[in-house]
Design a protein around this ligand. Structure first.
Ligand code: 5GP
Length: 202
Protein backbone atom coordinates (compact mmCIF):
# COMPACT_ATOMS: atom_id res chain seq x y z
CA UNK A 1 0.00 0.00 0.00
CA UNK A 2 1.12 3.51 -0.73
CA UNK A 3 2.43 5.50 2.23
CA UNK A 4 3.00 9.17 2.91
CA UNK A 5 6.50 10.25 3.83
CA UNK A 6 7.13 12.06 7.09
CA UNK A 7 9.95 13.94 8.83
CA UNK A 8 11.90 12.56 11.76
CA UNK A 9 14.16 14.84 13.77
CA UNK A 10 16.82 13.53 16.08
CA UNK A 11 18.44 15.83 18.60
CA UNK A 12 20.96 15.31 21.36
CA UNK A 13 23.42 17.40 23.30
CA UNK A 14 26.90 17.25 21.71
CA UNK A 15 28.51 14.04 22.90
CA UNK A 16 25.14 12.33 23.24
CA UNK A 17 26.16 9.66 20.74
CA UNK A 18 23.63 10.77 18.17
CA UNK A 19 25.74 10.34 15.01
CA UNK A 20 26.67 6.76 15.86
CA UNK A 21 23.07 5.83 16.65
CA UNK A 22 21.85 7.53 13.52
CA UNK A 23 24.34 5.82 11.21
CA UNK A 24 23.58 2.40 12.64
CA UNK A 25 19.80 2.94 12.56
CA UNK A 26 19.93 4.10 8.94
CA UNK A 27 21.51 0.85 7.77
CA UNK A 28 18.33 -0.89 9.01
CA UNK A 29 15.92 1.62 7.51
CA UNK A 30 16.47 1.95 3.74
CA UNK A 31 13.22 3.91 3.41
CA UNK A 32 14.62 6.69 5.63
CA UNK A 33 16.94 9.21 3.98
CA UNK A 34 19.33 11.45 5.90
CA UNK A 35 19.17 15.15 5.15
CA UNK A 36 22.69 16.58 5.02
CA UNK A 37 22.64 20.07 6.52
CA UNK A 38 24.46 23.17 5.31
CA UNK A 39 26.73 24.84 7.83
CA UNK A 40 29.20 27.69 8.11
CA UNK A 41 31.25 25.92 10.77
CA UNK A 42 34.57 24.35 9.81
CA UNK A 43 34.91 20.56 9.37
CA UNK A 44 35.82 18.73 12.59
CA UNK A 45 38.00 15.59 12.78
CA UNK A 46 37.57 13.56 9.60
CA UNK A 47 34.25 15.12 8.57
CA UNK A 48 33.75 15.34 4.82
CA UNK A 49 31.96 17.88 2.68
CA UNK A 50 28.79 16.38 1.19
CA UNK A 51 28.78 13.51 3.70
CA UNK A 52 28.58 15.02 7.18
CA UNK A 53 27.61 18.52 6.11
CA UNK A 54 27.79 20.81 3.11
CA UNK A 55 30.40 23.25 4.40
CA UNK A 56 29.73 26.73 3.02
CA UNK A 57 30.94 30.26 3.69
CA UNK A 58 28.80 32.70 5.63
CA UNK A 59 28.14 34.66 2.41
CA UNK A 60 26.96 31.53 0.60
CA UNK A 61 24.75 30.58 3.53
CA UNK A 62 23.15 34.01 3.85
CA UNK A 63 22.50 34.12 0.09
CA UNK A 64 20.70 30.75 0.26
CA UNK A 65 18.74 32.01 3.26
CA UNK A 66 17.60 35.06 1.27
CA UNK A 67 16.71 32.81 -1.69
CA UNK A 68 14.32 30.79 0.49
CA UNK A 69 16.48 27.69 0.01
CA UNK A 70 16.10 26.46 3.60
CA UNK A 71 13.19 24.59 5.16
CA UNK A 72 14.60 25.74 8.51
CA UNK A 73 17.80 27.38 9.68
CA UNK A 74 19.34 28.44 12.97
CA UNK A 75 22.47 29.77 14.58
CA UNK A 76 23.98 27.17 16.92
CA UNK A 77 27.26 27.56 18.84
CA UNK A 78 27.93 30.72 16.79
CA UNK A 79 27.62 29.08 13.34
CA UNK A 80 24.75 28.86 10.87
CA UNK A 81 23.02 25.55 10.12
CA UNK A 82 20.18 24.88 7.68
CA UNK A 83 18.19 22.17 5.88
CA UNK A 84 17.50 22.12 2.14
CA UNK A 85 13.79 22.51 1.44
CA UNK A 86 14.08 20.93 -2.01
CA UNK A 87 15.81 17.81 -0.69
CA UNK A 88 13.20 17.22 2.01
CA UNK A 89 10.26 17.77 -0.35
CA UNK A 90 11.79 15.42 -2.93
CA UNK A 91 12.17 12.59 -0.43
CA UNK A 92 8.66 13.04 1.01
CA UNK A 93 7.11 13.08 -2.46
CA UNK A 94 8.80 9.78 -3.28
CA UNK A 95 7.03 8.20 -0.25
CA UNK A 96 10.25 7.83 1.74
CA UNK A 97 10.94 9.51 5.08
CA UNK A 98 13.55 12.12 5.95
CA UNK A 99 15.58 12.11 9.11
CA UNK A 100 17.40 15.24 10.14
CA UNK A 101 19.77 16.09 12.89
CA UNK A 102 18.62 19.58 13.84
CA UNK A 103 18.42 21.58 17.03
CA UNK A 104 15.33 22.63 18.97
CA UNK A 105 14.96 25.93 17.06
CA UNK A 106 14.85 23.98 13.80
CA UNK A 107 12.27 21.54 15.16
CA UNK A 108 10.04 24.47 16.15
CA UNK A 109 10.32 26.01 12.67
CA UNK A 110 9.46 22.76 10.90
CA UNK A 111 6.46 22.25 13.21
CA UNK A 112 5.27 25.82 12.59
CA UNK A 113 5.07 25.08 8.87
CA UNK A 114 2.58 22.35 9.67
CA UNK A 115 4.82 19.50 8.59
CA UNK A 116 4.08 16.16 10.17
CA UNK A 117 7.13 15.41 12.28
CA UNK A 118 8.25 12.81 14.77
CA UNK A 119 10.85 14.22 17.14
CA UNK A 120 13.38 12.14 19.05
CA UNK A 121 15.77 13.32 21.75
CA UNK A 122 18.80 11.21 22.68
CA UNK A 123 20.44 11.55 26.10
CA UNK A 124 23.34 9.78 27.77
CA UNK A 125 22.31 8.13 31.06
CA UNK A 126 23.47 11.10 33.14
CA UNK A 127 25.30 14.44 33.06
CA UNK A 128 28.75 13.18 34.05
CA UNK A 129 28.69 10.67 31.17
CA UNK A 130 27.93 13.57 28.83
CA UNK A 131 30.86 15.59 30.22
CA UNK A 132 33.24 12.63 29.94
CA UNK A 133 32.20 11.86 26.37
CA UNK A 134 32.79 15.44 25.29
CA UNK A 135 36.26 15.47 26.81
CA UNK A 136 37.09 12.04 25.35
CA UNK A 137 36.03 13.11 21.86
CA UNK A 138 39.18 15.21 21.64
CA UNK A 139 38.07 17.29 18.67
CA UNK A 140 37.30 20.50 20.57
CA UNK A 141 39.38 22.76 22.81
CA UNK A 142 38.39 23.26 26.48
CA UNK A 143 36.60 26.55 25.75
CA UNK A 144 34.54 24.86 23.01
CA UNK A 145 33.70 21.97 25.32
CA UNK A 146 32.55 24.42 28.02
CA UNK A 147 30.43 26.24 25.42
CA UNK A 148 28.90 22.94 24.27
CA UNK A 149 28.05 21.99 27.87
CA UNK A 150 26.32 25.33 28.45
CA UNK A 151 24.37 24.85 25.21
CA UNK A 152 23.55 21.25 26.15
CA UNK A 153 21.85 22.42 29.34
CA UNK A 154 19.67 24.77 27.28
CA UNK A 155 18.79 21.95 24.86
CA UNK A 156 17.95 19.53 27.67
CA UNK A 157 15.61 22.18 29.15
CA UNK A 158 13.55 21.82 25.96
CA UNK A 159 13.09 18.07 26.33
CA UNK A 160 9.33 18.32 26.89
CA UNK A 161 8.92 19.65 23.34
CA UNK A 162 9.93 16.24 21.95
CA UNK A 163 7.85 13.13 21.26
CA UNK A 164 10.38 10.44 22.26
CA UNK A 165 13.33 10.14 24.65
CA UNK A 166 16.01 7.53 23.91
CA UNK A 167 18.60 6.93 26.63
CA UNK A 168 21.93 6.00 25.11
CA UNK A 169 23.26 3.70 27.80
CA UNK A 170 23.77 0.66 25.60
CA UNK A 171 24.42 1.56 21.95
CA UNK A 172 22.67 -1.42 20.37
CA UNK A 173 19.58 -0.93 22.52
CA UNK A 174 19.46 2.77 21.66
CA UNK A 175 19.69 1.94 17.95
CA UNK A 176 16.94 -0.66 18.30
CA UNK A 177 14.81 1.88 20.11
CA UNK A 178 15.17 4.47 17.33
CA UNK A 179 14.38 1.81 14.69
CA UNK A 180 11.28 0.75 16.67
CA UNK A 181 10.00 4.31 17.03
CA UNK A 182 10.27 4.89 13.29
CA UNK A 183 8.68 1.53 12.48
CA UNK A 184 5.74 2.18 14.79
CA UNK A 185 5.25 5.68 13.42
CA UNK A 186 5.30 4.29 9.88
CA UNK A 187 2.37 2.04 10.67
CA UNK A 188 -0.01 4.71 11.87
CA UNK A 189 -3.22 4.60 9.84
CA UNK A 190 -2.69 8.22 8.82
CA UNK A 191 0.55 7.30 7.04
CA UNK A 192 -1.33 5.26 4.41
CA UNK A 193 -2.82 6.75 1.26
CA UNK A 194 -6.45 5.57 0.89
CA UNK A 195 -5.86 2.21 2.66
CA UNK A 196 -9.48 1.00 2.47
CA UNK A 197 -9.76 1.69 -1.24
CA UNK A 198 -6.40 0.06 -1.83
CA UNK A 199 -7.43 -2.98 0.19
CA UNK A 200 -10.51 -3.71 -1.93
CA UNK A 201 -8.79 -2.95 -5.23
CA UNK A 202 -7.02 -6.27 -5.69
P1 5GP B 1 27.57 20.04 15.38
O1 5GP B 1 28.34 21.29 15.03
O2 5GP B 1 28.01 19.47 16.69
O3 5GP B 1 27.60 19.04 14.25
O4 5GP B 1 26.05 20.46 15.54
C1 5GP B 1 25.71 21.43 16.45
C2 5GP B 1 24.21 21.53 16.58
O5 5GP B 1 23.64 21.99 15.36
C3 5GP B 1 23.51 20.22 16.89
O6 5GP B 1 22.59 20.48 17.94
C4 5GP B 1 22.77 19.88 15.63
O7 5GP B 1 21.56 19.18 15.90
C5 5GP B 1 22.49 21.25 15.08
N1 5GP B 1 22.25 21.22 13.64
C6 5GP B 1 22.93 20.54 12.69
N2 5GP B 1 22.40 20.75 11.47
C7 5GP B 1 21.35 21.57 11.66
C8 5GP B 1 20.37 22.14 10.78
O8 5GP B 1 20.36 21.95 9.56
N3 5GP B 1 19.44 22.95 11.35
C9 5GP B 1 19.40 23.21 12.68
N4 5GP B 1 18.42 23.99 13.13
N5 5GP B 1 20.29 22.68 13.54
C10 5GP B 1 21.25 21.88 13.03
Amino acid sequence: MKKKGFIITIAAPSGGGKSTILNKALTKLPQVKYSISYTTRLPRGDEKDGVDYYFVTEDEFLQKKRDGFFLEFAQVHGSWYGTSKEYVQGVLESGNHVIMDIDVQGVAQVKQQGDDIVSIFVLPPNYSVLENRLHARNTDCIAQIEQRLINSKKEIDQLNEYDYLVINDDLDKAVECVVSIITVEENRVKRYVDPIEEFYKN
